[in-house]
Design a protein around this ligand. Structure first.
Ligand code: NAD
Ligand SMILES: O=C(O)C(=O)C[C@@H](O)[C@H](O)[C@H](O)COP(=O)(O)O
Ligand code: ZN
Length: 374
């Protein structure tokens, strides 16, 4: 039985594509009930990775069987390199081979890699099958499972192939985070901090005061996850396809994605949340260089992310970066580029991020050169 006092539901208000994010310890065991209620009489398949399969697949299968499903499963290698064309093809072919129909459910059980890849496979198979997110990493629970960005990486850049495709429900069991490696918990925390830095200075202060409790688990962790989901759901509901405001969720990502790209998506070198942590510091430092925010803001962001155990400078990637131009090549492929001009998410201070069109590439290049030399 799930304890209702520890659970929260956040609605993503998208009209006919609206859905719930159910958050709390133990909700994974209710997967079968949720799916049977959502789509009675359907079939389903679970896509996951090797790490998550070893720890949590049996519980999901048991719950689904209990509700009358006989789920097929596809277990993929863990890590960012799985978000590629080869594994997309493998996933689509597995769904077709299983003869799943358009109305059946494709369940992503895992972190953001599995969620993004599986969501994209669900979007393109039979022109759109039912899709369910069961996020098992902190990053996936606070960010990637919500909002419908799905896709894969390309050698040219991060997430360059994909689709907006919303899940029917997000089942975020906070207890599964107890098995998450510390490095991955920290990486997910970068996206939590991001919400404070975008537009919620009191939330950032709360995070500074409650980091230990959030890391330990319990109500503070659930509160941080639910607050993050509410923040993202609100923006997504106003701007589902990033025509404007949603780009704020990209704070730190133009730099972070370039760093991930230049390392060849090697999870042993840099995982997404670590790239975001470095990117958040760079976005604040670049804003300070442009006299938009104060150097004290940069120090405060850096200090908090360091306390959270995250990288805050280019040290982890330096050996992979020949020069600033190599990073600029990735930045030029960013999806926010419009008519050749760079768009960055910059800031006037903690919780005061804004969308800056037409940022001079020469300034960005000079800044990166300086960062590489420091
Ligand atoms: N779609 C979006 O809006 C969005 C948002 C943010 C990030 N992303 C994407 O998400 C990806 C990063 O996601 P991630 O950080 O979850 O990485 P991930 O999916 O690689 O998961 C991190 C690692 O933790 C393991 N893991 C996951 N849950 C576990 C658990 N409960 N116990 C033990 N091990 C577990 C995984 O096997 C993996 O090794 C990136 O590709 C990023 O681009 C997408
Ligand atoms: O949901 C969004 O919008 C985000 O930007 C969230 C990011 O944390 C996430 O990494 C996203 O995948 C980046 O999107 P992209 O469009 O820059 O690939
Ligand atoms: Zn991200």
């Amino acid at each position: 039985m799930i304890d209702e006092t520890l659970h929260q539901t956040v609605r993503v208000d998208l009209g006919e594509r609206a859905y719930d994010i159910v958050i709390g310890p133990g909700v994974l065991a209710e997967t079968g009930t949720y799916l049977a209620t959502l789509a009675p009489g359907t079939r389903c398949a679970v896509v996951t990775d090797e790490n998550v399969a070893a720890l949590h697949l049996d519980a999901v299968r048991a719950s689904l069987s209990g509700a009358g499903f006989e789920p097929g499963t596809l277990v993929l290698p863990a890590g960012e390199a799985t978000k590629d064309f080869g594994h997309l093809r493998q996933t689509v072919e597995a769904l077709l081979d299983a003869r799943l129909e358009r109305g059946d459910l494709v369940v992503a059980l895992g972190g953001g890699v599995i969620g993004d890849l599986t969501g994209f496979a669900a979007a393109v198979t039979r022109r759109g099958m039912g899709f369910v997110q069961i996020p098992t990493s902190l990053l996936a629970q606070v960010d990637s499972s919500v909002g419908g960005k799905t896709g894969i990486n390309a050698p040219q850049g991060k997430n360059l192939v994909g689709a907006f495709y919303q899940p029917r429900i997000v089942i975020a069991d906070t207890a599964v985070l107890d098995t998450l490696p510390v490095r991955e918990f920290r990486a997910g925390y970068a996206e939590v901090a991001k919400y404070g830095l975008i537009n919620d200075a009191p939330f950032f202060s709360w995070l500074e005061d409650n980091l230990d409790a959030i890391t330990a688990g319990g109500p503070a962790r659930t509160q941080a996850i639910a607050a993050s989901c509410r923040a993202k759901a609100a923006i997504v509901a106003r701007d589902e396809r990033e025509a404007g405001e949603r780009a704020l969720l990209n704070l730190g990502h133009t730099f972070g994605h370039a760093l991930e790209g230049i390392t060849g998506y090697r999870s042993d070198v840099l995982v997404h949340g670590e790239g975001v942590a470095i990117g958040l510091v760079l976005a604040h430092a670049f804003s300070a260089r442009m006299n938009l925010c104060s150097p004290d803001d940069v120090k405060r962001v850096t200090a908090h992310l360091e306390t959270a155990g995250l990288p805050t400078d280019l040290t982890p990637v330096r050996a992979h970066v020949p020069d600033a131009d190599a990073l600029m090549d990735f930045i030029a492929q960013d999806k926010k580029v419009s008519r050749g001009a760079l768009t960055f998410i910059l800031t006037r201070g903690i919780g005061e991020a804004f969308i800056a069109d037409d940022v001079p590439a020469s300034e960005v290049r000079a800044f990166l050169q300086q960062m590489l030399e420091s």
